[in-house]
Each structure stands twice: as C-alpha cells, then as structure tokens.
Design a binder for this molecule. Structure first.
Ligand code: 5AD
Ligand code: FES
Length: 356
C-alpha cells in the first residue's frame, strides 16, 4: 500500500483526528488495500469498545405523510404516486409488543414530517411505550421541530433522536433540498436535541447528487466536532418518482470506507449498517459490520405498509415479517463472527469515562 496512506490511516487510528487536507487525501487516494487496512483498524477499535456485540434497533415506520419535498426522497410531498398511510397508536404499540418479544429493547419511531403528529399526539405515544416497556429506549426520527417540541417529547420520555444532517455544506444542502429547508435550521435542531439531553444521531447519504469529496470532508469535520452518539450513513439510491431519478447511486465501497473512517474519528460512536447499504449489495450490511459498524435496524413495521415507505427504489425487507427480519439479521450478523445482544445498546462513551 501507498506509504502515505498507511501513515494517514495509522495517524487517524492513533489520534482519532486528521486535518482537512489529510482527510481529503485519504478519500481521494482510496484503493482496495487502503480500505482493507482502514477496515482492520476500525474493527479493532470497535471490538475494543463494544466487543463482538451488535445492537438492535426496531424501526417502526409509522407515517409516510411528509410536508417536505426533498429532491431525493420517495415520500416527498410532490410524489403523487406514493400511497400514504399512518399507523394508529394501537398499531404502533402492537409493533412494540412483537418487537419486545423478539428481543428488541430500542424502538425507533420514524416518519415523514407529518403535521398530524402534534406534540400532544406524539407525546402520548412516547409515554405509552415507556409505560408499557420501561426497559426500552425510545428513539424518535420525525424530522425538524421547534426546540419546545423537542423539549416536550424528551419530557414525555424519548431517549434518543435521529436527524441526519444530510450535508454540512450549505451550498450542497441547497442543491438537494427546496429553498424552504435550510442547513442552518437542520443544525439548530441537532444542537437543540443535544442540549436537551437526547442521545443524538446525525448522518448523510454517500454519493448524494452533486456531493464532492470536499463536501464529505466537511461532513466528517462536522461529525468530529459535533460528537453525535450515533452516525447513520448509507448510499444514496435514486427513487424513480423524484427529480433525482436519473442520478447515479452511491457506492458500497465508498460507504464502507467512510464507516471505517467514522469509527476511527469517534471510536465509541454507534454506527448502523443501514438498510440502504443492504439494498445496494446483498451482503452490504455484513460488509458494513466488518468495516466498523455495530448496530443493525431491522424493520418492525406491519408488513402491509412496508412497501409504502419507499424512500428509494428496491428497498429490501419490504415483504418480510418482523420475526423473519430478526432471524435473517441474526444469521447475517453471526456469519461475520458477531452476535446480536438483547439490550438497549446505549452509547458507551460516558460509562467508559467513569471507569477510565
Ligand atoms: N437514498 C438513500 N437514502 C435516502 N434517504 C432519503 N431518501 C433517500 C434515498 N433516495 C435517507 C435520508 C433520510 C433518511 C431517513 O433516509 O438521509 O435522512
Ligand atoms: Fe429483513 Fe433480511 S433483514 S429480510
């Protein structure tokens, strides 16, 4: 391997940081060997903190109504061919019941930005889940809201919040979103969430339209500085009924490479091997785990709505029951020498600091 790349990888492994130009070099000089080397280092770091454990998050896609019109997303409001649905509180609780029996201890409520779910409705759902399953963490992924709203949801018992920043470069942000959305408000949301005591996840799509390596460096620098508890990255995959239908998808190779870099930048971060990664390659999630990922998020949504939550084309797991996904993932995780654990799977940073 190129000596310079080995030097940069070792430096990243030892110091958990690189400057802008070094990150750029690491990205632009990517080779198969470099990826293999980084992946080894990332795996070592991951195993030193989380062992061979893989955490489970049960994803409940409870509404595909969305008031936003992101150019990349299949459930954008302008997509008239998207058949809309909402799950009732009872249906959501039924998903949790199934999930709990299957060993899930985190429920992720994800949806479009659906005004039907006012603070009152959303808080009631969170409270009920926390009452029935006090041993579980509730994660919300319902987009941009006011600080007051985030505070109420936190008070109602929500533990975590996933809000991908999508891109940390305002100019790039403007190319993939309509003008009513801004990078600035996105960042405001993330900072509010953190200040309110949520475990926060940010993240971005790899290979999103108009993304440059320079943009990715900016994302990595933002992630390093923001110190999220979780980082969700997956390849961009075009959806046929969006303005980006003809744009190329992100690659497995770059996504996996970035997983390793993120693991090395933030050693204790929770890093999911995402559904999008499993969609572009049959063993994408397994390769993600081998590159430093330590979380999987199988689908807990009722089978009859799964095909309607199509953020991108060919999404996997849309025909399977929760129990099948659970078993399937168990096999996949074990095939690479890891094991799924029945646990909330909290971030390990703070406990490590206490014992250190
Ligand atoms: N391809 C890949 N990921 C997508 N997302 C939305 N649309 C797509 C797409 N076409 C991601 C966004 C969002 C998350 C829920 O799904 O990053 O934050
Ligand atoms: Fe859903 Fe494999 S994880 S079917």
């Amino acid at each position: 391997m190129n000596n310079r790349i080995k030097y940069l990888a070792d430096k990243l492994y030892e110091r958990h940081t690189l400057d802008r130009s070094e990150l750029y070099e690491l990205l632009s000089e990517r080779t198969e060997e470099a990826a293999e080397y980084l992946s080894r280092l990332a795996r070592e770091v991951r195993e030193s903190i989380y062992g061979r454990d893989v955490y489970l998050r049960g994803l409940i896609e409870f509404t595909n109504y969305c008031k936003n019109d992101c150019y990349y997303c299949g459930i954008r409001r302008s997509n008239r061919s998207c058949e809309r649905y909402r799950l009732s509180e009872e249906q959501i609780l039924e998903c949790c019941k199934t999930g709990h029996e299957l060993g899930f201890r985190t429920f992720v409520l994800q949806g479009g930005e659906d005004p039907y779910y006012t603070d009152e409705r959303m808080c009631a759902i969170v409270r009920e889940i926390k009452t029935r399953y006090p041993d579980c963490a509730v994660t919300l992924s319902v987009g941009e809201r006011s600080r007051e709203s985030y505070a109420k949801l936190r008070e109602a018992g929500a533990d975590r919040y996933l809000l991908r920043h999508e891109t940390a470069d305002p100019e790039h942000y403007a190319k993939i979103h309509p003008s009513e959305l801004s990078c600035e408000n996105r960042m405001r949301c993330l900072r509010d969430l953190k200040e309110l005591g949520y475990q926060v996840g940010c993240g971005f799509m790899v290979g999103s339209p108009y993304q440059t390596l320079d943009n990715i460096v900016t994302d990595l620098e933002f992630i390093k500085e923001f110190k999220p508890h979780m980082v969700g990255i997956g390849p961009f995959i075009p959806h046929h009924a969006t303005p980006f239908s003809d744009m190329p998808a992100g690659t497995l190779e770059l996504t996996v490479y970035l997983l390793s870099i993120i693991r090395l930048l933030l050693p204790d971060v929770l890093l999911p091997a995402t559904t999008a990664l499993g969609t572009i390659h049959p063993r994408g999630r397994e390769l993600g785990l081998l590159a430093g990922a330590n979380v999987v998020m199988p689908n807990l949504s009722p089978t009859d709505v799964r095909k309607k939550y199509m953020l991108y084309d060919n999404k996997i797991c849309t025909g399977d029951e929760a129990a099948e996904c659970r078993r399937c993932l168990e096999r996949r995780v074990e095939s690479v020498g890891y094991r799924i654990v029945v646990s909330r799977g909290d971030w390990r940073g703070e406990t490590r600091n206490i014992t250190a």
